[in-house]
Ligand binder design. Structure first.
Ligand code: FRU
Length: 557
């Protein structure tokens, strides 16, 4: 047991990611003032420090009650009070223009809603370490979806459990009675069982009050019963919740967000079932002036290239039942390995359907080589429906605001590639954040590839095998890969439609690559950890020469 007479703002705790989890209760006068926290207090070495905010207890004696803690361990004896918390915010693989938590771990994006001029992004957050655990809803807001302001965590674990994924809505008609325009979060309470709870905010999403009638939805039938995504369905005059129910999605309806009625269940015998279904999202999009409904379903494992990925279905929804169109399922929103648990913003002006995903994979997310924070989100993407020449697809493109990140752009002359063409040092600044646009006209070439390389010989290679209708991404030599054998065991493949031209857009950040082919008909997002930014580009043609036009390189701020 450790006791502190609190006279500073923080308790700083040294963490070692490989140490076992110790259970911690914070107590004042013998009373617990926190739920049980799981903290990897350093045993052999200190990887980094985490702050526990204690300012509100100034003048009182705070007790730290650890279970399973060796009192002699180095971390235990180093816990200390401080008024400041310093760490290397700009550590090497901190993304330049993607959202990442200030410190601690993140996975899924949560509670995305637009309200009073702000885009809210809540996220699965562990504020007590850079590995998964102690799920809170972290919080950040943005006016343009690109520059994010870090805010304090918004929803904390309670006696019903930790706070798993969910969504948020604006209650314009005060259906729940928490006030007109209250921002209401609907999330999973993950305790001994998983149930659904609600909490409301009347201060622009900064702080939440939990509904005293929680949980609002339980069903012991399903071991995995989580990730409620809610929207207002005007035609049927009710709130609709899509919920992941182990290997299906169950839809529920409600007039007030408190009482939920089961409407239907979707998923048996269709799509991929090699893992648990998670994080659904149901929303309409227009195609040829016709409304179609899209259902996103994340699955882990079972992704087309291993681990986690997000499949989708296109069909119709009548306020009760989702009926899929006949398409070659499974279809994936992104064939890369690092876009998971993504869902869309509610209440966006102009009806835009904007998506963001967690840019990581459960196969290795806990081992990636960052220290004070772990994981980032994808670039926000606008979703649409388009025809790829073979069938209807859900397209994703970087939101139009992304062009405002362009600090410096250069246009390159068209090139003819006869075997190999190298563009050496096409960028010379060092922040590793840039975008490449180009259109490849393969003509008679059976295959072409382009790769990004750096001075140290690291590279990531994108191969368009037109004859075999396959796009593959090889990151086996992309930089640090050895932190997990599941990171780069094989090229990352996706089906490719034969076309006369491939319009490519590649967004590169310190530790990620996002490739959008032909206006987002095909997407591959893959994280990388190069020693230094890739700054050379090589294009290779196989079988016959090809042309590349409209080459533009943008440095991103
Ligand atoms: C998906 C997921 C969700 C769950 C959350 C827990 O990545 O497993 O199903 O709510 O993460 O952090």
């Amino acid at each position: 047991m450790l006791a502190f007479d609190i006279d500073k703002k923080y308790l700083l705790v040294p963490i070692e990611d490989k140490a076992p989890e110790s259970r911690l209760h914070l107590q004042l006068n013998g009373q617990n003032i926190s739920e049980e926290l799981f903290i990897r207090v350093a045993q052999n070495k200190v990887d980094y420090w985490i702050p526990i905010a204690v300012e509100e207890y100034k003048g009182e004696k705070l007790t730290l009650l650890f279970q399973h803690m060796e009192e002699g361990s180095i971390g235990y004896s180093q816990i200390k009070q401080a008024d400041d918390f310093f760490f290397d915010y700009n550590e090497k693989y901190r993304p330049h223009y993607h959202f990442s938590p200030r410190y601690g771990w993140t996975n899924d994006p949560n509670g995305m809603v637009y309200h009073n001029g702000e885009y809210h992004l809540y996220y699965q957050h562990n504020p007590y370490g850079s590995t998964w655990g102690n799920m809170h809803w972290g919080h950040t807001v943005s006016k343009d979806l690109l520059k994010w302001e870090h805010l304090p965590d918004a929803i904390y674990p309670d006696s019903l459990g930790t706070i798993f994924s969910g969504s948020a809505v604006i209650d314009k008609n005060n259906t729940a009675g928490f006030g007109k325009d209250a921002l209401i979060a609907i999330y999973t309470s993950a305790g001994k069982i998983q149930t659904q709870s609600i909490a409301y905010s009347t201060d622009n999403g900064r702080t939440f009050t939990k509904y005293e009638g929680n949980p609002v939805l339980s069903d012991l039938k399903y071991p995995d019963f989580r990730d409620p995504k809610v929207f207002w369905h005007d035609t049927s005059g009710q709130w609709i919740m899509s919920l992941a129910t182990t290997q299906t999605i169950t839809f529920y309806g409600s007039k007030d967000l408190k009482e939920w009625e089961r409407l239907s269940e979707f998923g048996e015998g269709i799509g991929n079932h090699s893992g648990v279904w998670e994080c659904p999202d149901l929303f309409p999009l227009t195609y040829n002036e016709q409304t179609k409904w899209v259902l996103l379903v994340s699955i882990n494992p079972g992704g087309p290239n291993g681990g986690s990925a997000t499949q989708y279905f296109i069909g119709s929804f009548d306020g009760k039942t989702f009926t899929p169109d006949n398409l070659p399922y499974p279809l994936w929103i992104d064939y890369g390995r690092d876009n998971y648990a993504g869902v869309t913003w509610d209440n966006v002006p102009d009806g835009r359907r904007i998506f963001i995903g967690w840019m990581d994979n459960w196969d290795y997310a806990n081992q990636t080589p960052t220290l004070n924070f772990k994981s980032a989100m994808t670039i926000p993407r606008e979703l649409g429906l388009s025809h790829n020449g073979e069938h209807l697809v859900l397209s994703s493109n970087p939101i139009r605001e992304t062009i405002n990140l362009r600090a410096d752009s250069k246009e390159m002359p068209n090139i003819k590639v006869d075997k190999t063409y190298t563009m050496d040092k096409f960028i010379d600044n060092g922040n590793g954040a840039y975008e490449i646009e180009m259109t490849v006209l393969p003509d008679k070439a059976s295959s072409f590839s382009f790769k990004l390389m750096n001075r140290t010989g690291e590279e990531i290679k994108f191969t368009f095998d037109i004859s075999n209708k396959q796009l593959s991404v090889d990151r086996s030599k992309s930089g640090l890969t050895g932190f997990s054998e599941k990171f780069a065991p094989a090229p990352i493949t996706s089906p490719l439609v034969k076309k006369n031209s491939y319009k490519l857009r590649l967004l590169v950040d310190k530790a990620s690559t996002e490739l959008f082919v032909n206006e987002g008909e095909l997407v591959q997002t893959n994280i990388v950890y190069p020693e230094e930014p890739y700054n050379s580009l090589e294009v290779v043609s196989e079988g016959s020469p090809l042309n590349v036009k409209d080459i533009k390189i943008h440095i991103l701020k």
